[in-house]
Design a protein around this ligand. Structure first.
Ligand code: F6R
Length: 615
């Protein structure tokens, strides 16, 4: 949510900030803005909507700029105050000399605002962020030291913030501070960067310092200083980013989402590499740092996640319970944090998150840690805040996912659950070796089966064309593919804005069936040979009897369904327990093509942001 980038150095400041913001645009696109230190003046540019508008504005106003030496930029995902020009960042103090960009939510902003108004501050926006600008300016009036002013101010803030501050009278520095929102410093030669996330700086440097909560960074052209909330200097580790800039290229695909869907076979190969070599050998999961004896006797696992990661977690429950016979609870992080849980020291808590920055999941993980549980994090971002909280960490290594709709990270999370479940089963001896051998064999074959699906998508495209004008969809499944039904419906909803809901197929007749008629396509996920096949087929018949259009997602060996369904989408033959790793792919494509036919903004759907860093 919201992206921040700051730069000080000899390059073209506007280009560096625009490039950084472009690579952060997945974090929000309600408005964009930039403040530049330009030969003794601070110049501010803001536009509504996507970053392209700011690019055009800056292009038109190029002649106004002399030689900017530093600046801070922002893209907004609106929380407090509507997406309007007046609410767009950067925000300034009353006199305009001090400028702030912010990601997060200041919970006590109303009280602070009232106090500052009493002191004579003039507020222009409805944002919580503007309070920070006035607060720091008020402190600066006393200290005449920007770092001190920021430190004194953040002590008064409640909530979450990553802020960058510049002042007209301190043109050689940018000050950043964070609490419960990500922020890092990029170290260059004769230049430095500060940003919400690594993609903002990857084009320029791989050397990074991750700020921790309550730390304050002061960057100048040739120095970086980090202090704690009391002003004591903190010696930070300089880490090297694992990403390459090419990861941020569409590589000829029309959208990042399509590119990321096509990357899934390689993602699985990568993930299996080093963990599953041979079906006769045990899965190697050295990442799980729990004593084998403890794992053997483990009787409860809790998985916490949001959105797509929550759907992967739901599939994970089925997989772990099936292979390892351990009871698994799955819960949305936002629910977990507001109830009395039974989590304790003998519970293994698994947090699943693509970004590793989802605020609700981070809070939930902290709560679990406070109860002394072992916390295992499955994430695509081993450099994230969540990863730093982990006792054990499974990095899914899917590569940077740019499209807001998660695709390849979902598949990678699923594969992580298969590996984890096999690992647990092998430790506990809970499954026949021959059964696990078959599973491993199928896992190794998954990448080529995904390639088979991706090599011919005309049927899915045709289905998308046929149904793109429908306003409501129901996705049904039973058992492990219920997670697929939820995830497929979410994909369609988020990128095409069509109302799509996933239901357990058996629940259809307990209410939702009332909605069915010829305007409501029902997509059924069937796995021939699986324990739920016959039942989902009968539930589909019930839908047909109410005139619903029927779409089947089934495997190539399903011979007896063509008469019942209007459209049949097939995947290669696979066992039911492993099928979610394949069934998700056509549903990602179906959502993609429908959104494409409707002319939607596939990679940046409205109202969404990829990294949900507010609760
Ligand atoms: C949907 C999507 C979101 C995220 C959710 C959790 O395509 O991307 O539903 O899955 O916001 O994000 P992470 O996985 O980063 O914790």
């Amino acid at each position: 949510m919201c992206g921040i980038v700051g730069y000080i150095g000899k390059r073209d400041v506007v280009s560096v900030l625009l490039k950084g913001l472009t690579n952060l645009e997945y974090r929000g696109y309600d408005s964009a803005g930039m403040a530049l230190q330009d030969c003794g003046e601070i110049k501010i540019y803001k536009t509504l909507g996507k970053l392209v508008n700011l690019k055009n504005e800056l292009e038109n106003k190029k002649s106004e700029l002399k030689h900017p030496s530093s600046g801070i930029g922002h893209i907004r995902w609106a929380t407090h105050g509507s997406p309007s020009l007046v609410n767009a960042h950067p925000h300034t103090c009353s006199c305009g000399k001090l400028v702030v960009v912010h990601n997060g939510i200041i919970e006590n902003y109303k009280e602070l605002r009232e106090e500052l108004i009493k002191k004579g501050c003039v507020f222009r926006s409805q944002t919580d962020t503007e309070t920070i600008a006035h607060l720091v300016a008020d402190e600066y009036a006393n200290t005449k030291n920007l770092e001190e002013a920021v430190r004194n101010s953040v002590k008064k803030l409640q909530g979450a913030y990553a802020v960058c501050v510049i002042h007209k009278d301190a043109p050689d520095i940018i000050v950043g501070a964070r609490k419960h929102a990500p922020m890092l410093v990029g170290i260059g030669d004769g230049e430095n960067f500060i940003a919400s996330d690594t993609p903002a700086i990857i084009e320029y440097t791989k050397r990074t310092i991750y700020l921790d909560d309550n730390e304050i960074a002061v960057i100048s052209q040739n120095s970086v200083k980090v202090t704690d909330i009391n002003g004591h200097e903190v010696i930070k580790k300089v880490e090297t980013l694992p990403w390459e800039p090419v990861a941020l290229s569409k590589l000829g695909f029309k959208h990042f989402m399509l590119k990321e869907i096509y990357e899934q076979s390689d993602v699985i190969r990568n993930l299996l590499n080093g963990k599953l070599y041979d079906i006769d050998e045990c899965v190697k999961l050295d990442e799980v740092k729990i004593d084998k004896e403890i794992l053997k006797n483990l009787n409860k696992i809790e998985i916490i996640a949001c959105g797509t990661s929550l759907h992967a977690a739901l599939a994970g429950k089925y997989i772990i319970e099936d292979f390892a016979g351990i009871s698994v609870e799955v819960e949305a992080s936002s629910e977990y944090i507001y109830r009395k849980t039974t989590t304790n020291a003998s519970t293994l808590v698994i947090g699943v998150s693509q970004s590793g920055e989802t605020a609700d999941t981070i809070t939930a993980i902290k709560q679990a840690k406070a109860k002394n549980s072992h916390v295992l994090i499955i994430t695509n971002r081993p450099d994230s805040n969540m990863a730093r909280l982990a006792d054990s960490l499974i990095p899914v290594n899917a590569g940077i996912e740019v499209s807001v709709a998660a695709t390849k990270s979902y598949t990678a999370q699923l594969i992580s659950f298969y590996l984890l479940a096999i690992h647990l089963a092998e430790i506990k001896g809970s499954m026949e070796k021959s059964y696990l051998k078959n599973i491993k064999h199928e896992l190794i074959q998954l990448p080529s089966k995904i390639e088979e699906i991706l090599s011919n998508t005309s049927n899915i495209k045709e289905c998308a064309r046929k149904y793109s004008s429908y306003k409501n969809f129901i996705y049904i499944a039973r058992g492990i593919n219920l997670a697929t039904a939820y995830e497929g419906a979410l994909k369609l909803k988020e990128i095409s804005y069509i109302n799509a809901t996933g239901y357990p197929a058996g629940e259809l007749k307990h209410g939702p069936i009332a909605m069915l008629d010829e305007t409501m396509p029902v997509l059924s996920i069937l796995m021939p040979g699986g324990i739920t096949y016959e039942k989902v087929l009968s539930n589909s018949e019930e839908a047909k009897a109410r005139n619903a259009k029927l779409i089947a997602l089934t495997s190539s060996d399903d011979k007896n369904i063509d008469a019942l369904f209007d459209v049949v989408i097939r995947i290669p033959k696979i066992s039911e327990i492993l099928s979610p790793a394949l069934t998700c792919v056509p549903l990602q494509l179906l959502a993609y093509y429908i959104a494409e036919f409707l002319g939607k903004d596939v990679d940046q759907p409205r109202n969404l942001a990829k990294s949900v860093t507010v609760e």
